[in-house]
Design a binder for this molecule. Structure first.
Ligand SMILES: CC(C)(COP(=O)(O)OP(=O)(O)OC[C@H]1O[C@@H](n2cnc3c(N)ncnc32)[C@H](O)[C@@H]1OP(=O)(O)O)[C@@H](O)C(=O)NCCC(=O)NCCS
Length: 285
């Protein structure tokens, strides 16, 4: 086996690699991630991809890690451990965050990641809930455009704890977006883009469940009758109930883990601060 930069690897080979463990990523999803981050692959003697690991740097001190996959015939032989150590060499001193599948928890615990919060992967065929939302959001819903990017970067940073300018700019290019406005001020937003088997809504950033519902609802209407996914830390409450009523029950869970600063250390605090109601994706945080 040899290690190589993920940059030069054919998308069809990366796609076959994630399919080997049943992940839904399309070649386009790999391309999107590659444009945002960096990564390594482990190749066998005829160039087949047997392992992968990627990292995504947000600012000088923080990164997320994702797409950690070893193909079934290589598993439990230490390959993921080996790839992760190569990634650590590239992100020295950074606080790290990832979302661990059940299969990977032991690996990350052994690499000093601390368990934080459950992520609920909610998905299904979307339909507009017939039940009314208990609380009403204050403000007007509008379609987002390029002029809203800066405001979206700011409220995303307040929710996520780190400014993700390049990611949000890129997501705007690939997504449709709805925002909640108090006059001219953006107070909540949700972006929706093609991913895997259909579309994913994320990030969703809002101050309350009612506001989060107000910005996700138009996406549910737009995607009604087709496959939609939302990855959220919210296990209960009105937002979680809305997803379930919209045909997106919990399909699986993963665990957010961190190495270095804990999630709580990033929280800006205060009930009026924006919160991340849905991740951009499990890989991107
Ligand atoms: C999770 C995954 C990346 C682990 O890869 P791997 O190459 O098997 O991992 P390693 O061989 O380096 O093992 C690392 C540790 O996990 C343990 N481990 C690996 N597979 C295990 C299993 N099936 N059961 C119990 N422990 C296991 C190893 O013993 C080792 O533990 P140690 O550090 O205490 O010695 C791999 O199983 C995989 O790709 N799964 C599908 C995709 C996925 O879930 N990726 C994780 C995304 S967060």
């Amino acid at each position: 086996m040899r290690i190589a930069d993920i940059e030069g690897i054919g998308l069809d080979r990366l796609h076959a690699h994630s399919l080997s463990v049943g992940w839904p990523h399309r070649a386009e999803d790999w391309q999107f991630l590659r444009e945002l981050g960096h990564g390594f692959v482990a190749l066998d003697e005829i160039g087949r991809v047997l392992g992968s690991a990627m990292w995504f740097q947000y600012g000088p001190d923080f990164a997320t890690i994702g797409m950690v996959i070893t193909s079934p015939r290589l598993q439990t032989l230490g390959a993921a451990q080996w790839l992760m150590k190569r990634v650590f060499d590239k992100v020295p001193g950074r606080d790290l965050r990832l979302n661990a599948t059940r299969a990977a928890r032991r690996l990350y615990l052994s690499l000093d990641f601390q368990p934080e919060k459950t992520v609920y992967q909610c998905q299904g065929i979307a339909h507009v809930p017939t039940t009314a939302s208990p609380a009403k959001a204050c403000g007007d819903i509008r379609v987002l455009g390029e002029s809203d990017i800066l405001a979206a970067v700011e409220i995303d940073a307040a929710g996520f704890g780190v400014r993700r300018t390049v990611l949000i700019e890129k997501l705007f290019v690939h997504s449709s977006g709805y925002g909640l406005f108090d006059g001219k001020k953006l107070t909540a937003f949700a972006l929706c883009r093609p991913f895997g088997r259909g579309h994913v809504v994320g990030p969703i950033v809002a101050q309350s469940d009612a506001d989060a519902i107000a910005v996700v609802r138009p996406h549910v209407i737009d995607r009604s009758g087709s496959f939609l996914r939302v990855d959220t830390h919210m296990g209960n409450g009105e937002f979680a109930a809305f997803l379930s009523h919209a045909g997106l029950p919990v399909f699986d869970t993963v665990l957010t883990m961190s190495r270095g600063k804990r999630l709580a250390d990033f929280a800006a605090g205060g009930s009026a601060m924006p919160k991340t109601f849905a991740l951009a994706s499990q890989t991107l945080g």
